[in-house]
Design a protein around this ligand. Structure first.
Ligand SMILES: Nc1ncnc2c1ncn2[C@@H]1O[C@H](COP(=O)(O)OP(=O)(O)O)[C@@H](O)[C@H]1O
Ligand SMILES: [Mg+2]
Length: 210
């Protein structure tokens, strides 16, 4: 039995991560590949409580506080969900993972990348994704999609409410990451229909499932 793979879904709000995760999950299911899905922040009871704090627009965490909250949720989901699943031979699909902190708390909030990377390492217990998919879409377009989706509410829109410049910085940080780690990080063109993007997504992970 081949070992499980860790595949993470990244990109700005509204680029299609959750939609594509669901489509890839269905694809793996059809192929009989064991997998679990999870999300960040969240994926555990503790993480989902932390998620509420992080997304609530009435709260304004200092950048370092925001980073620590994300890392707390991350450490928990790695320990409770991701590591055990991989050890059991299951593939893990994660809607956001450690690279989100590099892009948001690093690139957009300005915390030095080396600091974020160090905390990511601690939270992930050294675990690195086998493939990270960065869904690349014009920020304004992605943003429009995010604001219209039914799951965006007054209680969870803190990041959606950030200015366009913030999201541009996030997108740039993701592109930087892909340039620095081309073997791990695949940029997926997120334009077009969900099915069109799904075809590109499958191509970007095909080598992991020979
Ligand atoms: N390729 C696409 N074309 C048009 N709308 C899309 C596409 N992919 C997703 N959507 C819609 O856009 C919104 C944001 O997509 P979602 O998958 O939630 O993005 P993310 O998880 O990256 O924030 C949702 O309402 C979703 O149904
Ligand atoms: Mg989503």
């Amino acid at each position: 039995m081949s070992g499980g793979r860790l595949i993470t879904f990244e990109g700005v709000e509204g680029c299609g991560k959750s939609t594509q995760l669901l489509l890839l999950a269905r694809h793996l299911q059809r192929r009989g590949i064991a997998f679990v899905t999870t999300r960040e922040p969240g994926g555990t009871a503790l993480g989902e409580r932390v998620r509420e704090l992080l997304l609530d627009p009435r709260l304004v965490p200092a950048p370092a506080a925001e980073l620590f909250l994300f890392e707390a949720a991350r450490a928990q989901v790695v320990a409770e969900v991701v590591k055990p699943a991989l050890l059991a031979g299951s593939t893990v699909l994660s809607d956001r993972f450690a690279d989100s902190s590099l892009a948001y708390q690093g690139g957009a909030r300005g915390i030095p990348a080396a600091t974020v990377a160090r905390l990511n390492e601690l939270a992930c217990a050294g675990l690195v994704p086998d493939r990270t998919l960065v869904f690349d879409l014009d920020v304004e377009l992605a943003f429009g999609r995010a604001r219209r989706r039914p799951s965006t509410t007054a209680d969870n829109r803190r990041f959606e409410d950030e200015a366009t410049a913030f999201h541009q910085a996030v997108a740039e940080a993701y592109r930087d990451l892909a340039r620095r780690e081309p073997a791990r990080v695949a940029v997926v063109d997120a334009r077009g229909t969900p099915d069109e993007v799904h075809e590109r997504t499958k191509a970007a992970v095909a080598d992991l499932f020979p």
